[in-house]
Write a protein of this length. Structure first.
Length: 332
């Protein structure tokens, strides 16, 4: 007996900000799971900025999304039928067959999650890839240590909101954030324990950051003017973890690099990019270290949730207008 479901396909490569016409919702009949496979009904989908890069036909650390095929992305769902002894109907699983209501996938491509311990959505945010990214960037890349002043851009997003709080736990004495609205700035300073934060719409980031430097470690989610601002205000021997450059993701022409790159030399800075999936062991370390803080509420998190597969494209696009506070998710 097949399963009728809907999935979102990429039908054209976006030019700049993706438009509705770049996507199509397609009705399909899924076969029953074969040996070693599971049928999952997704309950929550992740939309992430990195997906924008996969919509381009360029060589990168992950292959581009295929056209006229379902998009992929993190999702949590409930197993409806299983052809594999390691997974049972009713189990909750984390997997990459997102952007669709149901999926048939190999059982080995899914990981069981405990939804008694934490809600399904947490495995896509604070306890999932974004949380691990914050941990890897701060510990393995920027080497945040006792006494540091740490600057986080995109500070009210999924990764940034965890990064600022974790930086404090790792011993930072001063944590500064930038974000795109007064509401986000208030959340950072009043609830997440940031010492200071600014709305980058209030002026050039280099000017807004000036009162808070020198910066020992910068966690860069934004790139562009924020990276340039950080370089201006880094302390000698400062460390930059280049996590993302969302300001550039919809650019239609190559964007100029920071105009002050020569300061990397004069200040003896280190600037290192990273991809969280290159650090497969980090997730267990992160959960061991940060799991108890999340459970106790010492590390807080928020989610912005929209309802229904039909709003997935809108949710994805809203990452670029900053409509989300914390992790952006689609509830099915
Ligand atoms: N290296 C890795 O392995 C890895 C893994 C995960 C994520 N990342 C990167 O980490 C960054 C954050 O990802 P996330 O999942 O946590 O997303 P997110 O921060 O929850 O959402 C994106 C945020 O970016 C901000 N933004 C959008 N356009 C901007 C612009 N032009 N200038 C400044 N801010 C802008 C928006 O907030 P505002 O209201 O503040 O503008 C928006 O809420 C992204 O760059 C992503 O690609 C990297």
């Amino acid at each position: 007996m097949s399963t009728h479901t809907r999935q979102i396909h990429l039908v054209s490569r976006p030019d700049g900000l993706p438009s509705d016409n770049d996507f199509r919702t397609v009705d399909v009949e899924l076969p029953d799971p074969g040996p070693g496979e599971i049928l999952v009904r997704n309950t929550v989908l992740s939309v992430d900025p990195y997906m924008r890069g996969r919509m381009n036909d360029v060589r990168s650390y992950v292959p581009p999304f295929a056209l006229d095929a379902p998009l992929e992305g993190g999702a949590v769902g409930v197993v409806v039928a299983s052809g594999d002894p390691s997974v049972s109907a009713g189990d909750a699983v984390l997997h990459m067959a997102g952007w669709r209501e149901h999926a048939v996938l190999p059982a080995r491509a899914a990981r069981k999650v405990d939804v008694e311990l934490a809600p399904d959505s947490a495995y896509l945010g604070v306890l999932g890839m974004p949380g691990v990214t914050a941990y890897v960037g701060l510990t393995l890349i920027a080497g945040v240590k006792e006494g540091d002043t740490v600057f986080v851009s995109g500070a009210a997003g999924a990764v940034g909101s965890i990064a600022g709080q974790l930086a404090r736990k790792l011993g930072a004495t001063k944590v500064i954030g930038s974000a795109g609205s007064p509401e986000k700035v208030a959340w950072l300073t009043e609830e997440l324990g940031y010492d200071a934060a600014f709305d980058y719409h209030d002026g050039p980031p280099a000017k807004l950051l000036r009162p808070h430097g020198p910066i020992d470690a910068y966690f860069d989610n934004v790139g562009g003017d924020h990276l340039e601002a950080a370089i201006f205000h880094m302390a000698d021997f400062g460390r930059i973890a280049a996590c993302g450059a969302i300001a550039d993701y919809n650019a239609t022409a190559p964007v100029p690099g920071p105009r002050n790159l020569a300061m990397v030399v004069s200040k003896r800075l280190s600037l290192r990019g990273f991809i969280v999936s290159d650090h497969p062991g980090a997730a267990a370390d992160y959960l061991r270290v940060a799991g108890p803080w999340v459970a106790s509420g010492e590390i807080r998190y928020r989610e912005t949730v929209v309802d229904g597969l039909d709003r997935t494209v809108e949710a994805f696009r809203s990452l670029f207008s900053g409509d989300n506070i914390g992790k952006m998710l689609v509830r099915l």
